[in-house]
Design a protein around this ligand. Sequence first.
Ligand SMILES: NC(=O)c1ccc[n+]([C@@H]2O[C@H](COP(=O)([O-])OP(=O)(O)OC[C@H]3O[C@@H](n4cnc5c(N)ncnc54)[C@H](OP(=O)(O)O)[C@@H]3O)[C@@H](O)[C@H]2O)c1
Length: 388
Amino acid sequence: VSSRETRPYDLTVLGATGFTGRLVVEYLARATHDSELRLAVAGRNEKKLRTICEKLQNEKGVLGDVGIETCDIHDPDSLARLAAKTRVLISTVGPYMRYGEPVVKACLSEQTDYIDITGEADFVARIIKKYDEEAQAKNVLIISCCGFDSIPADLGTLFTVSLLPPDETKTVRSFVEAKMEPSGGTWASLIQAMSPESHAKAGVGALALMAKGFHREPTIGGWAFPMPVIDPWIVRRSARKRGDYGPKFRYHQFFMLSSLRSVFKVGTALGGMVLLSQFSRSRQWLLDRKRSGTGPSKQVRSKSWFKLTFVGTSATARIRTSVSGGDPGYTETAKMVSEAALTLLTSRYALPFQGGVLTPGAALGERLITRLVDAGIAFTVDEATAIH
Ligand SMILES: NC(=O)c1ccc[n+]([C@@H]2O[C@H](COP(=O)([O-])OP(=O)(O)OC[C@H]3O[C@@H](n4cnc5c(N)ncnc54)[C@H](OP(=O)(O)O)[C@@H]3O)[C@@H](O)[C@H]2O)c1
């Protein structure tokens, strides 16, 4: 294993030819334009990688020297060679249940820190179970869920908890509002998560969970329902790992819709997707609706947004905070994962954990909040009340 400091690259983006990967490379190129960062892009198609770099160099003038590396998820040696060349590897190759594990394995074998943007609970559960101990023993950081899943929920909760009395039992409830369109990769990952191969009865379970927790929410105004997303699990794992959220910490997350009409539309669309994902032919028909490498246009993204409102309570205090920004799926996900990688690079040996399969809140915590605020994601305190 080569020493981390002498590797040719600081940061490599694997999946740089994908819809999100391209945005990550562009964000990094702009954010680190005047820095010494040694950046590389990686994927299975060298020609595609060159075209992307040329575009960023010629049309946008933001990319300096950049390494171009080829590898294939199905060729473990090529992944190990790639991992050995870089200090940190970002992977945007998904669905992660299908393509994620070999990348994690390569990073562990070469002692390379790893970051991804998965939101797939099965994948994260699998890598915790199989690789957490090894990652701790080898001092390798494996940090999943560094996109819209689950940075706003995870770091927004950390921000909220830090404003409440440390020793009191706290409950945080969050309410998610968002407007966005999915990319081909997100679409494929959603369908993968609903397919019987991935999680028997997951889709039906999801609808049952939503129906059970559905209620009118006066805090925000509108209709709230729990969604079977990974965020609550990540938030609770951060609380356990960090150990500073106080005793018996509780977290609940709800999605918000403004009218019963929207609830009906979303419910019908999700129900239809669950049904069509169960059979191979109808699943393929669904997959063909959005191709890999495609996603919402710049114009659509510029009109997309997200806001998470957090209500935190303890015995003596109540606080309302929020985390908000632009297009959650792609523009802001590219920002979040890039800033997570830059936090890791700039603070590597000052971080609280030196190895393990970790959440963004446990691994990068307050340092990442500071970077995200500087990069334009708003973390605000909207109301604070003492309870007597
Ligand atoms: N958590 C979040 O908030 C969030 C947000 C955005 C995306 N995501 C997730 O990120 C993933 C990517 O999404 P996307 O829309 O960017 O997907 P995409 O456009 O389909 O890109 C997939 C990338 O994977 C590469 N790839 C596929 N098979 C490969 C192989 N065998 N070897 C090497 N590379 C391979 C593709 O390379 P080619 O170009 O050569 O095909 C492409 O670069 C999805 O899982 C999505 O759910 C999560």
